[in-house]
Structures are given as C-alpha cells and as structure tokens.
Design a protein around this ligand. Structure first.
Ligand SMILES: N=c1c2ncn([C@@H]3O[C@H](COP(=O)(O)OP(=O)(O)OP(=O)(O)O)[C@@H](O)[C@H]3O)c2ncn1[C@@H]1O[C@H](COP(=O)(O)O)[C@@H](O)[C@H]1O
Length: 109
C-alpha cells in the first residue's frame, strides 16, 4: 500500500505536469481549460457525492468518491497556485489543538 504523502505528492506533480497538456487527451488539462468556476463546481459535486455515499452506507462507493474529492481538490489548489505543502503546514500548525478549544478562543462576534 502506498504511503499517504507519497501518493498525494505524486498526484500533485502529475497535475502540475498535465495542466498545460492538450485538453483532448488530458482530463486535468480539460478542467483547467474550462476555468476555475467549473473546477470549483466539480469539487462541490464530488463532495456531495461523497456525502451521499457515506449516508448510503456504501463503503466502496465512499472510497471512490473520497478519491474523486481529493483529486479535484488538488486540481483546484493547483489552479490557485496553492501547494499541498502549504495545506500540510496548516494541518501541522493545528496539530494538538482541539477544535473545541480553538473555537472557544475565537473573538466573540
Ligand atoms: N486521479 C485522477 C482522477 N480521479 C478522477 N478522475 C476523473 O474525474 C472525472 C470525474 O468523473 P465524473 O464521472 O464525476 O465526471 P464526468 O461526468 O466524467 O466529467 P464532466 O464531463 O462532468 O466534467 C472522471 O473523468 C475521472 O476519470 C481523475 N482523472 C485523473 N486522475 C489522475 O490524474 C492523472 C492525469 O490525468 P489526465 O490529465 O487525464 O492525463 C491520471 O494519471 C491520474 O493519476
């Protein structure tokens, strides 16, 4: 089984390489040629499909849809020139901080 960072790092590289390819031979290039709103909408659709698979108790479908979400998230980050390393650094920064404590420390609105 591949390690999680290796898989995502390889996929990030592949997406960067395919960005400028011929849209007729590359789905990544096709998404980029259609523009950010389409990429964002696609990510939203895949997120909804993931939720549906989870609620349907369909484990295999959930794994597939979760992979679609992660792939389309990486395409969106690539379109916005945000690296996976930046996202990982943000997760590292949050490590050990309870979500409940973080929320309680926010200034009152
Ligand atoms: N991981 C993926 C990956 N996951 C999902 N998909 C594609 O995402 C699309 C989403 O599927 P849907 O059925 O929801 O959408 P659709 O109806 O086909 O698409 P739309 O016409 O609605 O946009 C499908 O075409 C999937 O094949 C992916 N396409 C590519 N990759 C990776 O990206 C690499 C580069 O791909 P190309 O750019 O196509 O060479 C590949 O080698 C893979 O490693």
């Amino acid at each position: 089984m591949s390690s999680i960072p290796d898989t995502l790092a390889r996929l990030e590289q592949t997406i960067a390489q395919r960005k400028g390819a011929d849209p007729s031979s590359s789905y990544v290039a096709k998404l980029h040629s259609r523009g950010l709103p389409i990429i964002a909408r696609k990510l939203g659709e895949e997120a909804v499909e993931t939720v549906v698979a989870a609620l349907a108790e369909d484990r295999d479908e959930l794994v597939g849809e979760a992979a679609d979400v992660m792939f389309h998230l990486l395409v969106l980050l690539s379109a916005k020139d945000v690296s996976l390393a930046e996202v990982m650094a943000e997760l590292d920064r949050r490590e050990g901080v309870s979500g409940l404590d973080e929320k309680a420390s926010r200034p009152a609105e």
